[in-house]
Design a protein around this ligand. Structure first.
Ligand code: ADP
Ligand code: MG
Length: 699
């Protein structure tokens, strides 16, 4: 009999229920206080907790444990150790100590460090993050206890994505609590940033994938003429699920539910072959861990169904790319969503202060936010006539837009209401109408009781966007708290502060269509940055203003920020280097041989036709066209080869990234252009690569 969803959910997680059941009461209480951010971890309880975890894991069939961390590669890392501890009688017992739970010492020398650590200084540390529950992962026959961990160098520098996220959550909580106290809150102990990331992805049949070195090595197609049919019928979004895809989604959900990942929403996305999964939101830290698990599990389950899951931001040119909408809000430990406007937002002071703080933070640190979404894949989306644009602006909608304008004029005194929606059919219910419409084109939209940051790319960890959001909002809240704490008349002071924010930062609010040329011009007038290039975006990270911000809130030091910038720019260069080399290889060893053979066939038939006394006009014209495209392809390939050679030799990591952007990418475009034109005229039987039509439509 199949297990029910209720039984399956969280069955592989050492969650609160499991801890309560298996830990002595005092140990449970102490650990819970640490998990809730109220007390540091008491090292004395670590042995007891480790032992209980081990017993639980071994009962479920686990043989190994691992510290699971998120180095700057953007992927996760793990090194497994068995629980075995051989005894003198030649047998073994299963052991797991508090020290093994709390700390690991992986060799850090092969992870990106951005110069924070010389290669000979190999030691690194992982530290158990008890705020994200341990879980068992089943990989084939291998069952392992996973311990979510932070990762740092021997010198204590953060080398991972988790550490700054946790630090930023502390910073945000500290400042938000100060503001809440000033506004009379006496019940909350902590403010938590919450995140619900919507994950977009493509599925392609494995047989096509295996015939495309570009997909195998780079995750995206480097060649491919458009399919005669793309997404113009608007018939894929929310369309009926294909049975094979639905079965994949079912197995994916079951696997995720076991891990406690609350996969909730699933549907077809805009492009053919594109889909989305959204979980129920959780704390930014757990959501980030769970999103990594979601991506890994998607890839794993897809293979079981003879699909391959493509997480790349732009696997196919000409149809929609994939993003990861980062839904973000603030909530108190006692369950209040601070971005919930309630029914009369104009007099909801807590809401207004959090809303205005976020608006100011996003306006003031727009470049930094833009940097969090900069990578090679996302460059194909942002600023390339696709959703969303590279200009950061905020959508508030009618109701809040109106309140924000009232604030700018001195104070908000009323809230517009939505009313009812009548459908004109007596059997259909009257629907309460929302106060604002949605806006799909905005990169940063207020959506009911949270902000939705739509720029992150589908492959990216949610750590970056969230630790930056948390830190910039903490910074603004700190300023507000400073003034409120020193004020005799808090209400009046707050009113003035909000008005000041509305006046000074109203320029970042935009409720119109973000895709138009007019907006680009208008944004320029408002001096909002429009950073199209990832390299330019990444270079901003170490601006003095940003270093000061992160140091002040103890999220990242100047040295850590410099290291990160170097790592991200090098990753940019290396990703393009791999793409360029893959492209050259495919051009030279697959496409050119095929098109040369085709040209030979055309030549033979042109000659045979003349020999037979007929006119070979069409054949010679085709031959000429093919030959001229072959020439263009071959010359593009040699330009590309030269560009790669130049770029790879550049020592300075910024100049190198610029060379990949300015020389290598344009050469890649040349090569692709000729090859894609050839694909449209060459015999389909000869063309060495599966077509866009096959990959996007055949299941
Ligand atoms: P959309 O209509 O924008 O596609 P979805 O239902 O696909 O919306 O996803 C919305 C996401 O926002 C979900 O992951 C949901 O859990 C998340 N979300 C809802 N409320 C909050 C909140 N308070 N904080 C963070 N995320 C939230
Ligand atoms: Mg969605």
């Amino acid at each position: 009999m199949s297990q029910s969803t209720i039984e399956i959910f969280g069955s592989n997680v050492f969650n609160d229920a499991a801890m309560r059941e298996r830990l002595p009461k005092n140990v449970y209480k102490s650990l819970k206080k640490t998990i809730d951010g109220l007390e540091p971890l008491n090292p004395a309880i670590a042995d007891v907790v480790a032992n209980a975890m081990k017993d639980w894991a071994v009962e479920k069939g686990a043989t190994h444990y691992c510290h699971w961390f998120q180095p700057m590669t953007g992927l996760t890392a793990e090194k497994h150790d068995a629980f075995i501890s051989p005894t003198p009688d030649g047998k073994t017992i299963m052991e797991f100590s508090g020290k093994e739970l709390s700390q690991g010492e992986p060799d850090a020398s092969s992870f990106p460090s951005g110069g924070l650590r010389a290669t000979f200084e190999a030691r690194g540390y992982t530290a158990w993050d008890c705020t994200s529950p341990v879980f068992i992962k089943e990989d084939g026959k291998n069952l392992t206890l996973y311990i979510p961990s932070a990762f740092c160098s021997f010198t204590g520098h953060a080398l991972d994505k988790k550490t700054p996220l946790l630090r930023s959550m502390d910073a945000l909580s500290t400042q938000a609590m100060r503001v809440l106290k000033c506004l009379g809150n006496t019940t909350s102990k902590r403010v938590i940033s919450t995140c619900g990331p919507e994950q977009e992805y493509f599925l392609v049949d494995r047989s096509f994938y295996e015939k495309r070195m570009d997909l195998v090595l780079t995750g995206r197609t480097l060649f491919g003429a458009p399919s005669p049919r793309g997404q113009e019928m608007d018939d894929h979004y929310f369309g009926t699920l294909h049975e094979r895809v639905a079965t994949f989604m079912h197995d994916l959900n079951v696997e995720l539910w076991k891990l406690g990942v609350s996969a909730k929403t699933q549907h077809n996305e805009v492009s053919p072959g594109q889909y989305e999964l959204a979980p129920v939101f959780s704390t930014a830290n757990v959501a980030t861990d769970h999103n990594q698990l979601t991506m890994e599990t998607m890839e794993k389950i897809a293979i079981r169904h003879d699909f391959v899951c493509l997480l790349h931001e732009k696997p196919f040119a000409g149809v929609n790319g994939s993003g990861k909408h980062n839904n973000w809000s603030l909530s108190t430990d006692d369950g209040m969503n601070l971005l919930d406007p309630g029914s009369t937002p104009h007099d909801n002071m807590i809401f207004l202060v959090m809303l205005c703080a976020t608006i100011k933070a996003v306006d003031k640190y727009a470049r930094l936010l833009r940097a969090t979404v900069a990578n090679t894949g996302n460059e194909h989306r942002l600023g390339a006539n696709e959703a969303p644009p590279a200009i950061i602006s905020i959508f508030l909608g009618d109701q809040l837009g109106d309140i924000f304008e009232q604030l700018a004029e001195g104070g908000a005194i009323s809230s517009r209401t939505g009313g009812e929606l009548k459908l004109g059919v007596s059997s259909l219910p009257e629907l309460p109408k929302d106060c604002s419409d949605r806006n799909r084109t905005s990169p940063f939209a207020f959506t009911g009781n949270k902000f939705e940051f739509r720029m992150p790319g589908s492959t990216q960890s949610t750590s970056g966007p969230n630790f930056v959001l948390n830190t910039i909002v903490a910074e603004v809240l700190e300023g507000i708290a400073d003034e409120l704490e020193n004020s005799e008349d808090k209400k009046n002071t707050l009113q003035k502060l909000l008005t000041k924010i509305a006046v000074e930062h109203g320029k970042v609010v935009f409720n119109g269509d973000n895709y138009t040329e007019e907006w680009v011009k208008e944004a320029e007038k408002r001096s909002l940055p429009n950073i199209r290039s990832s390299v330019e975006a990444l270079k901003c990270i170490t601006d003095a203003k940003h270093v000061e911000l992160f140091e002040k809130h103890h999220v990242l030091s100047g040295a850590e920020l410099h290291a990160r910038t170097e790592i991200l720019l090098e990753a940019y260069s290396m990703a393009i280097n791999i793409e360029a080399k893959t492209m050259l290889d495919m051009a030279k060893r697959q496409i050119l041989p095929a098109v040369n053979a085709y040209a030979g066939e055309l030549a033979t038939s042109a000659k045979a036709i003349v020999d037979a006394g007929a006119i070979n006009k069409t054949q010679t014209e085709m031959l000429k066209k093919v030959c001229s495209l072959i020439d263009a392809l071959a010359s593009g390939a040699s330009i590309l080869e030269q560009a790669i050679d130049n770029a790879i030799g550049i020592a300075d990591f910024i100049k190198q990234a610029e060379s990949y952007r300015d020389d290598v990418i344009p050469a890649m475009n040349l090569v692709r252009n000729s090859a894609d034109q050839l694909e449209l005229i060459v015999d389909a039987e000869i063309w060495p690569l599966p077509s866009y039509a096959e990959m996007l439509f055949l299941k």
